[in-house]
Structures are given as C-alpha cells and as structure tokens.
Design a protein around this ligand. Structure first.
Ligand SMILES: [Fe+2]
Ligand SMILES: [Fe+2]
Length: 362
C-alpha cells in the first residue's frame, strides 16, 4: 500500500489513552443471539495474513472511522416509532433477486464530468474505509474466509457513510424545486414527491444501520464536515445544472448497487456469518413489511432494490427537461399511456441505465 504518512505512537502518558488511540473494538457475534461478547483486540488488518503492521495515514483513518456493533444494552429505543410517513410500496421477490450492477456509459461532457467525480470519490472512499475486495473474477473465486479482508464492522462503516451522503441530494433537490414552485407560482409536475421519497428512503437505510452499528466521534465529525461541503456544493450546482446533478446521483446509486451486491454475494459465499446473524431492527421490519424471522439477507436485498430504483430514477431525470416542460413519469402516471412508455415505482418496468426522453410519453 502506498504509505502517505507514517503515524508515530503517541507518548504513553496513560496506558488507557494509548490503547484507545491504536486499538478499536472488534466484535465476536454469538450466532445463537444470546449474548454479544466484545473484545478489545487489535484491528483485523493486523490479524489477516499479509497485513501490514506499520501505521499509514490511511490505516489510521480507517481505524478511527470504524463503526462497532452495538451492545444489546445499546439497542435503539423502539418506544417512539411511528408508522412510516412515506410507506414503502414493496417489490416482487423474483425481480429483487435479478438486480445487479449495471453502468450507464457517459456520452455528454457533463456526464463524463459527473462520472469522473464519482469515480474519484469512490477511490478515496475505498482507501479510507479500508475496503479490500478482489476486483477480478479469478480473485473472487479464490476468496476464502482466511483471505477475506472485509469484516462486519468494515461493511457497516461503508453502509453508514454511504447512506448519510445519499440522503442529501433528494432532500436538497426537492427543497429547490419546492421553492421554485412557490416563487414561479407553477406546478412542479410531481418531481418533488419522488425526490422527497428518495430522501426519506435513504434516511430509513441509515437509521436501520444505526440500530446495528455505532459510529465513533471521529466518524461523526467527518460526516458533519462532509455534509457541510457536499450539501452546499450540491445546492448551488443544482441551481445551475440540475441534469448533471441527477446524473451524478445516478452514478452514486450505481456504486450503492455494486456495494450491496458485493455484500450479498459474500454472504452467499459464507464469508460473512456474523452479518448473517445480525438481528433485523424493528424500524426496518415496519418500513419494508418484513416478517418477524427476516434475515439480514432479506433486508439488504430490499435496500439494493431501493438503490436500483434511485439509479433508474436519477438517470432518467438527467435525460428530461427539468424546466417545467416534462412531467415526472414515475409519480405522475397517466392511465392511457402503456407501461412500455411510462415507468413506475415498481421493478416491473425497471431500466437500470434510465429511460431516454424519446422512449417516454410525457
Ligand atoms: Fe441507500
Ligand atoms: Fe440510493
């Protein structure tokens, strides 16, 4: 790994401070769900074969960012859960299973810029969140529990950072369109509805993972700062170039589908027995109408399907005239238009790379 900066051990003023600086909690999950035993142990990056023992800046940040699993005594408070404000419409199981990573090739300059920015952020995100996963098919086939580098904590860290960012665009875009509707005294043609639903849906993803993992102060500071930057940048860019913003979100959602697909495949390979035995939180069961004995695999399948719909919606919005000319075909349905020329919120009409404008009756 590229060593950017060597971190020297801090002078040991107090033994407990040193321990908390260079160690983090890793969790052994009792698969019978009777008790979780937490061990204060060295990070997994030093216990895996071939792991480096030096501390680079990247490794230091990864350790500090790492989420730990909540103790049974830290489970969230279910006493004030209200019915979801925007209920989930559900998906057909067979269609959810078919979701996979698909990429829309950028053609316009603005699309290439959006994709390039997304790829750059992805590389940084992978580096600092300690993401280590084979990139080739041969590497994946050779993957064994002994060579597997991704721990449940790393996946939870990844999910929580991803979802806390993904909840911003829908909220900012709907806010701006809401203001535009008030200011210009014009209808919005149903874009606000879908964007608010997307933001709510992303926040439900985040709240679900926060019931399982507990971020530390370092991550909270990072999310505070990154939201401040991203929210403002997205706000001003959306006022100038809304289509490019939706394309950027389309690419962000492609990455989300990729992340959840990889996690699901690893669960199926038996590489993540701990995640498989996490208890699905009540907030998630209520929102996605999951059964009492639902497993994490079921939950992640639903979340991946949500991300796939966001991918489709945002790639489609990026193709539309957003100045009030076009309607949002996902929310403003016209009965006389057939499904072949009008998408909806379900997976039956799913087009991963989005609908072209000339495919739609608007
Ligand atoms: Fe999400
Ligand atoms: Fe999403």
């Amino acid at each position: 790994m590229l060593k950017l900066y060597a971190i020297r051990p801090i002078r040991p003023i107090k033994p407990c401070l040193v321990a908390s600086t260079f160690r983090h909690y890793s969790v052994k999950v009792d698969t019978s769900n009777k008790a979780d035993v937490i061990k204060d142990s060295q990070t997994d990056t030093t216990s895996k074969p071939g792991a480096e023992h030096g501390h680079t800046l990247g490794q230091y940040i990864t350790k500090k960012l790492m989420v730990r699993q909540r103790l049974p005594t830290e489970k969230g408070d279910d006493s004030f859960l209200t019915p979801p404000a925007m209920p989930h419409h559900g998906y057909r199981q067979d269609l959810m299973e078919k979701i996979h990573y698909e990429h829309r090739e950028p053609t316009l300059i603005r699309d290439k810029l959006a994709f390039g920015l997304m790829r750059s952020l992805r590389v940084c995100f992978d580096f600092f969140s300690g993401y280590k996963h084979p990139k080739t098919k041969e590497g994946l086939e050779k993957l064994t529990p002994a060579t597997y580098q991704m721990t449940p904590e790393k996946w939870l860290t990844r999910f929580i950072i991803l979802e806390s960012i993904a909840g911003v665009p829908g909220s900012v875009a709907s806010f701006l369109r809401h203001l535009q509707s008030l200011r210009l005294l014009k209808r919005d043609k149903a874009f606000i509805q879908t964007l608010q639903d997307e933001a709510y849906n992303e926040r439900m993803h985040l709240l679900t993972f926060l019931e399982i993992g507990k971020p530390g102060p370092f991550m909270k500071v990072l999310l505070y700062a990154s939201q401040g930057v991203f929210c403002n940048l997205f706000f001003f860019t959306y006022m100038l170039a809304p289509n490019a913003c939706h394309r950027f979100v389309g690419y962000l959602e492609e990455e989300a589908v990729y992340t959840y697909t990889t996690c699901l495949e690893d669960i199926e390979r038996g590489l993540l027995p701990d995640i498989e035995h996490f208890k699905v939180p009540k907030i998630a069961k209520d929102y996605w109408h999951l059964s009492e004995d639902a497993k994490m695999r079921d939950l992640i399948s639903y979340i991946r399907a949500d991300e796939a719909k966001h991918r489709e919606v945002n790639h489609t919005f990026a193709n539309l005239k957003l100045d009030g000319t076009d309607r949002n075909p996902f929310a403003l349905q016209v009965d006389s238009v057939p499904e072949s020329a009008q998408p909806n919120n379900r997976l039956s009409t799913h087009k991963a790379v989005g609908w072209e404008r000339d495919e739609l009756v608007l």
